[in-house]
Write a protein that binds this ligand. Sequence first.
Ligand code: URA
Length: 235
Amino acid sequence: MSARRLDQILSRYGYCSRSEAREWIRAGRVTLDGAPAKSADEKVPLEKVRVDGEPIELPDGILALLHKPAGFVCSHDASEGPTIYDLLPARWLKRNPPVTTIGRLDKDTTGVLLVTDAGELVQRWTSPKHKVPKIYEVTLDRDLESSLIAVFASGDLLLQGEAKPCRPAKLEIIGPREARLELMEGLYHQVKRMFANQGWHVVKLHRSRFGTYELGDLKPDAWRLLPLPEKLCNP
Ligand code: URA
């Protein structure tokens, strides 16, 4: 890994601002190969740096899966209610760039939500070009009709305000009011709008899969780190 200014390293990884770095160094909190660091503008290899005795956290970047609980918004704006960022380590938000969600879930939606500090991943996995499958478990307000399967699969369902119809989506009816829907895109409130367009109201929505990622035994509110995809280095 190439050498970088110490103050840049400390701010990139969310320890302190570049201006605070001098203070941290003066206080002896930063060491290089075991010896106290001397200067904020010194260029050093990342792996030699220790802060409060610990190596730099997640130097290659962050990709994590959060089991989003209901009642949390995917926004940095706390005026909209508790945010999913309250559930993650505070330092992840102070990184530069900070972590952000890969797509969004509504406040009342639960399930798989990915967060990353790698902008390239956000672009790649939210772009309709890449066709990342998303699976939703849906509870409706009244009994389903099998005719919906063909409507959603048709590729002709045009939602209000959209220029193009929804891509073909796979609907599986698994109970009188329970369905599983697989989407290859992520329009705003797409699941709720697709059902509303046909006269159903979604009363509960849970995302059980994003791409190949599933919750496994992860409890609501909890997160786990995922390996960064190959070739993605985001120092
Ligand atoms: N579709 C919705 O309507 N809401 C979500 O949270 C996700 C997909």
